[in-house]
Design a protein around this ligand. Sequence first.
Ligand SMILES: Nc1nc2c(ncn2[C@@H]2O[C@H](COP(=O)(O)OP(=O)(O)O)[C@@H](O)[C@H]2O)c(=O)[nH]1
Ligand SMILES: [Mg+2]
Length: 226
Amino acid sequence: MRYKKTMESIKINVMQKLLKANDAIADEIRKSLKKKGVFFVNLMSSPGSGKTTLIEETARKLGKKIKVIEGDIQTTLDAERLQKLGVPAYQINTGPFGGDCHLEAAWIKTAIDELGMDDLEILFVENIGNLVCPAEFDVGAHLNVLLISVTEGEDKPLKYPLAFQVSKLCVITKMDLLPLKHYSLAKLRQNIKKVNPACAVIEVSAHDNVGLESWFEILKHKPGLL
Ligand SMILES: Nc1nc2c(ncn2[C@@H]2O[C@H](COP(=O)(O)OP(=O)(O)O)[C@@H](O)[C@H]2O)c(=O)[nH]1
Ligand SMILES: [Mg+2]
């Protein structure tokens, strides 16, 4: 029992040190991008909520200079989607290194060095798809954004509160799929408010071009940078 307790406290200690080191690099990234005037946005969500699609529509319609760091366990599919649109994209795959389900600031720093940050207005990170681990690791973004599609259920803010709490903006995606049976948008909004009363919420459909203007306005306003 005592042995188990000691192992637990060693694990906690190591984790705390890791997170502290991560936070220091994240702060460095935030400051250096601010100096360059680059707005850094971290997109988090479950797999399939529409992160890549939203970046694609942003690249097509916003008219800003964009680069993207893509996080996935395997494949370069998302980076390829963006490169097809002429958007420089750097893919990080965690699969060969144990399959981590989040991105860390040190890896973002390497990706930033590879991509180059001159002549750039917005840097997106598309974090690895899940509502748990990405919330624990600061990547140095000026704005954390949580996407949740209308097919994921209203209860997710209550089940995965940290992801909603570290985000200043929540984007409800796939609004074109409403009305759904057994789903209440009002309930989802209530639950987001319960876990993070300060979180701004917008509703979009990337497919039907709904709500994208609100998204673009936020990107133009650069909250967290200016
Ligand atoms: N109906 C609908 N489907 C969408 C929308 N945005 C994305 N999708 C679809 O959802 C699936 C996953 O999208 P993707 O952008 O790859 O999600 P990601 O895993 O979060 O990057 C794809 O089949 C998209 O076409 C939307 O606004 N409406
Ligand atoms: Mg994607």
